[in-house]
Write a protein that binds this ligand. Structure first.
Ligand code: CS2
Length: 502
């Protein structure tokens, strides 16, 4: 959050007491919040869960199901708690398309808590029988897993710290395992754990990290979790850029009162959920979510086509000085690169998706990416590449290689990521590399920065990121190194021109 924003005064702040004073044009909870009780604990209170889970659940509450309110728990930054607590958990969704702004105040989050400062309270809440679902958005790195294997990273510093004292966990796997241990001890049926992050088979990964963590601290608990707790997978989608001060000002003007932290999102939203909730669930299916036995095809399509294209746009754009996805889509070359990525490398790897034409889906993605009302920063998407490249692009590239085909665009994305790790373009522009592996990656880039062969060799050697099928594939390495040389010496436009028109 910007420090320049004025401190909202209590009198003019969004909150329960001022809901009735909102202008008629602003949508608001269609139910009595006082009657709503918590049925969900949500872990990871970023913008995404507020534009997605919060909105679907707000719609369910409006259907009259009063026992599915959410308590949001944050692991790290206290700012979101400080913003939402004085607002009774209320916040505004600003959805934007074709120059039209729509404001809606969401009431589904009944309370917000800090997993650090309020640890005992959070744990006590997670043990209550009325909490039947725990939802998660902590981004890829929050799972403390190894992206290459999908298993718990047992050497992760938070995991080793939590294993030393499993009753005071700080990590996601540690917290869920401890809450489940206490529920079991108290004879309370387990909650269902629903991951809403962009990981392939996110339910399976969550189950793997929680059950393994538990097994390491108490083998019996590990077995009980594996046998008794449901971890459905889900595919989540809504483009939600970080909120900026212009958005805050628009919301304040529209509400006639201050909202310290609204969320901005595109109108489009999609949620496909594996229907495995032994302890009950909100009727999300009645408000637009797809509940199905098999999420896999949907998730594969979305993770590869949407997120894979995002990452490709992000690295090339940061290098080229292009700030937003919409600006990238206005570039003469980048949309052509993305079309090749879809047609040549990704669509052939997506299994049939029920009721969906995948080519048409990518056409819709193009339109969504072009939405000029959404200032989605390419630098924001560039974060955590060590976690994102695998599921989004390297896994489908591996599939293509196994079929005897050479991936065409993925080596270019990997080259752009390698050049991005240098943190500057050598011409005075610089940026921050945000990544859980940043120290190691930027040290490598610093050492080999100008030498494409040495830089690519050193990065391909990181087995946590590059599976052997990629790092051991000579044509892939050669293509990547050539693109990297071109990016470092000739820059993005000349590289893309050569790539597209050679
Ligand atoms: C983006 C996603 O930041 C990123 O890595 O690709 O946050 C993307 O906007 C969402 O998954 C859209 O549903």
């Amino acid at each position: 959050m910007s420090s320049s924003k004025p401190k909202p005064t209590a009198a003019k702040r969004l909150g329960n007491a001022r809901l009735a004073k909102l202008p008629a044009a602003v949508a608001r909870p269609g139910y009595d919040r006082k009657k709503v009780t918590a049925g969900i604990v949500h872990l990871g209170l970023g913008a995404f869960c507020r534009s997605h889970l919060g909105v679907y659940t707000d719609d369910v509450l409006a259907l009259g199901a009063t026992d599915w309110g959410i308590v949001g728990v944050n692991f790290r930054s206290p700012e979101i708690i400080e913003a939402l607590k004085p607002q009774d958990g209320l916040y505004t969704l600003l959805s934007r398309e074709d120059g039209v702004d729509k404001l809606r105040v969401i009431g589904a989050f009944l309370d917000v808590m800090s997993a650090g400062d309020q640890f005992d309270e959070v744990l006590a809440l997670m043990v209550k029988p009325e909490i039947r679902v725990v939802t998660i958005t902590v981004t890829e790195k929050g799972y403390c897993y190894d992206p290459a294997t999908g298993r718990l990273n047992e050497a992760h510093p938070m995991v080793t710290a939590d294993l030393a004292d499993p009753t005071r966990p700080r990590s996601l796997p540690g917290l869920i395992a401890e809450a489940l241990r206490l529920r079991r001890k108290a004879g309370v049926p387990p909650f269902t754990v629903l991951s809403c992050d962009n990981l392939p088979q996110n339910g399976k990964v969550t189950r793997a990290v929680v059950a393994r963590f538990a097994e390491l601290s108490d083998p019996d608990l590990g077995e009980w979790i594996a046998d008794h707790v449901a971890f459905p997978s889900s595919m989540v989608d809504r483009i939600t850029p970080a909120t900026n001060d212009t958005d805050r000002a628009i919301v304040t003007a529209g509400l006639g009162m201050t909202d310290a932290w609204p969320v901005v999102a595109e109108p489009f939203h999609q949620w496909v959920i594996e229907d495995n909730f032994p302890n009950g669930r909100p009727a999300w299916d009645q408000v637009g979510a797809i509940l199905t036995a098999n999420v896999h095809p949907f998730e594969t399509m979305k993770l590869r086509c949407l997120n894979g294209a995002h990452s490709t746009l992000a690295y090339l754009s940061v290098l080229a000085g292009i700030e937003t996805v919409a600006d990238a889509m206005a570039d003469p070359l980048l949309p052509k690169v993305i079309r090749h990525l879809w047609d040549d490398d990704l669509i052939p790897t997506v299994p049939p998706v029920p009721g969906t034409d995948v080519v048409a889906y990518t056409g819709d993605l193009e339109a969504r990416f072009r939405n000029p009302g959404i200032r989605h920063l390419t630098l924001q998407i560039s974060s955590d590449g060590s976690q994102k490249l695998g599921p989004r692009l390297l896994v489908p590239a591996t599939t293509r290689i196994a079929e005897g085909k050479a991936p065409r665009v993925v080596p270019l994305t990997v080259a752009a990521w390698m050049a991005f790790l240098r943190g500057s373009d050598g011409n005075g522009r610089s940026w921050t590399v945000a990544d859980p592996m940043a120290a190691r990656l930027t040290a490598i880039a610093g050492e080999h920065g100008d030498d494409p062969v040495a830089l690519a060799d050193a990065l391909f050697a990181i087995s946590e990121i590059f599976p052997a099928a990629i790092s051991g594939n000579a044509p892939f390495r050669k293509a990547t190194t050539q693109h990297l040389r071109s990016l470092l010496t000739r820059g993005v436009p000349a590289t893309l021109t050569a790539f597209l028109f050679r």
